[in-house]
Structure formats: C-alpha cells, structure tokens
Design a binder for this molecule. Structure first.
Ligand code: CA
Ligand code: ZN
Length: 304
C-alpha cells in the first residue's frame, strides 16, 4: 500500500549535494507532499523589496532531499506530478544586468502578481495561470547549486513540468535525494527578464524507480510527446547537444543510420527554449511518442 510522506517547507537546501541528510524517506509508489518556498526564500514581501535587498545565500531553496528506497546509481527516478498549489501572491523582479535585455534595465523593479482562480493578474492585465515547477532534481557529483540546471535536473524552469506530467531523472547516488522548489504561477518560455511569477506553494507527487535506465538528461513525458531537457553554458552548445541527442536517440530507437535519423529529426522533432537566464541555459527537444515510446527512449539515453 502506498503511503503519504510529508516534507515540510522548513527542510530546504541550496545545493544538490549527495552528503545531505534526507528530510524524509519514501518507498517506490508512495505519494509525497512537498511544501515549497518561493525562489527568494520568502525575502521579497512587497514591491518595495527589490532584488538588491535579497541575501543570495538563501535564494532558490529546494525542499528535501527525499530519499527513495531502492533508487541506485544508474536507475531512473520517476516523479509523477499529481498537483501543484500556489500562493495567491507572487512576485516578478528584474534588475540592471538581469535577463536577456539586462543592459537596457536602468533600475531594479519588483511587481506583485496575484493568482485569482485560474488567472494571474499583473499590472492590471489578466492571463491564464500556468502552475509549474522551476526546480526539480537529484543529488549530483557536481554538488550543483539549486539555481543551476544540469543532467541531474535542478533549475530547469521549463513550462512542461506542470500538473499531470511524468519526470524521469537519472539517479547518481543511493536514494536519489530528490528536491523540489521554485514554483511559478505563470511563465513564458525563455523567462527573459530573469523571473517568472514566483510563488510559494506545495506539490503532490508519486515517486517510483526504474532500474538501470537513468537518462543522460532529464525527460518530461507530457501529452503525446517526450521532452528531453538539455542544459549548457552557451546557446550554441545547448542547441548542438539537444539536436545531437535527438538524432542519436531516434537512430538507436528506430535502428536508423545516423544520417537518416538526422533527416527524420528535421521532419518530426521540435527544438525549443526553456530558459535563457540561468547559469546554464536549458533547451528542449520534443520527440513524439508515436516515433519512440518512453521505454525505448530511456534505454537509448541510459548512461553506461
Ligand atoms: Ca527558476
Ligand atoms: Zn522561479
């Protein structure tokens, strides 16, 4: 029988470090309820609080880590996102040098965004809410700060990590050591000004383990497609890596020569941007499941 495991908001960490003490332990199949802080660690409380006032040692907190029994290096940790609740009040910020047009920003600014039902109000405008998880990852040998994305997940800031999806992360250390944080009430892919509508909240997930299929990069199963999330320092690097991984995955799954898979990728795979503003940028490649079912993609992407 699956149990409900609760991880309180006070159990935060700032690097996906394999030596952290687990905040809770779950068995495969358990439901886990993570309470999360916003990406500012709650330090921004009004429009008067600009980003300069924030203590950066307390930004991007992730709740956890959660130890999942049976998760061993080389496995895939499977996280089903069952629901995401967000606070009514969120903040979007920018500052000189922040985001892709930071050179044009003359002074820092913070604005409130309000979540009202399925809408977000910002500056008198109403837009459909899009509740999503910014940070989701496992312990890595790099001890990545929670603000950085990578093979272990982390600050992926990808809209597809929303309610109803399944996320596959590679396990590098026993128990996986899952952390979740940085919820957004709405965000545009790119996250161009450096922030989304940043909110605190809670996430209900179900965790599972797939043996020996830890993928080289995080995968999100969303609708009829699989999104492989690749994070690198520079745009050209990550687009090259993403295209390369799509071509090699389809070549393995379908038994195609590389050049045929290259051309198939050009026909059937979308490449897009998650975020352009973190220490590493994140891009996605969208592989339709009619071409490659998830089990085969996991096997193709499994790290040897
Ligand atoms: Ca983020
Ligand atoms: Zn965020």
């Amino acid at each position: 029988m699956s149990r409900l495991v609760f991880v309180e908001r006070s159990h935060v960490f700032y690097a996906f470090d394999p030596y952290l003490k687990p905040a809770a332990i779950a068995k495969p199949g358990d439901l886990v309820f993570f309470e999360t802080q916003d990406c500012f660690g709650g330090q921004i409380k009004s429009e008067e609080d600009t980003i300069e006032k924030v203590d950066f040692s307390r930004v991007n907190p992730a709740t956890g880590p959660l130890y999942v029994e049976g998760a061993e290096p080389g496995d895939a940790l499977v996280v089903d996102v069952l629901s995401i609740e967000v606070s009514e009040k969120g903040f979007v910020v920018t500052a000189p040098g922040a985001g892709v047009l930071g050179d044009k920003v003359k002074k820092s600014k913070t604005r409130v965004c309000r979540v009202i039902g399925d809408y977000v109000e910002y500056a008198g405008l109403k837009m459909p809410a899009w509740r999503m998880i910014g940070v989701i990852g496992v312990a890595s040998g790099e001890k990545s700060p929670t603000g950085t994305p990578g093979r272990h997940g982390g600050n992926l800031d990808t809209k597809f990590i929303t309610t109803g999806v399944r996320v596959y992360l590679p396990v590098f250390y026993e128990g996986g050591l899952l952390g979740i944080g940085d919820l957004h009430a709405v965000m545009g892919h790119g996250e161009v000004c450096v922030a989304a509508c940043e909110v605190s909240g809670s996430v209900l997930v179900r965790v599972n383990v797939l043996k020996n299929t830890g993928p080289a990069w995080p995968i999100v199963e969303y609708g009829d497609s699989l999104y492989i999330l690749v994070s690198k320092e520079t745009i050209s690097d990550y687009i090259l890596e993403a295209a390369d991984i799509a071509v090699s995955t389809l070549s393995k799954v379908l038994g195609l020569e590389w050049i045929d898979s290259y051309m198939l990728t050009s026909l059937a795979v979308d490449v897009g941007i998650s975020q352009l503003v973190n220490t590493r940028k994140t891009v996605w490649v969208k592989i339709p499941k009619y071409l490659a079912p998830v089990e085969k993609v996991l096997t193709a992407l499994a790290t040897p």
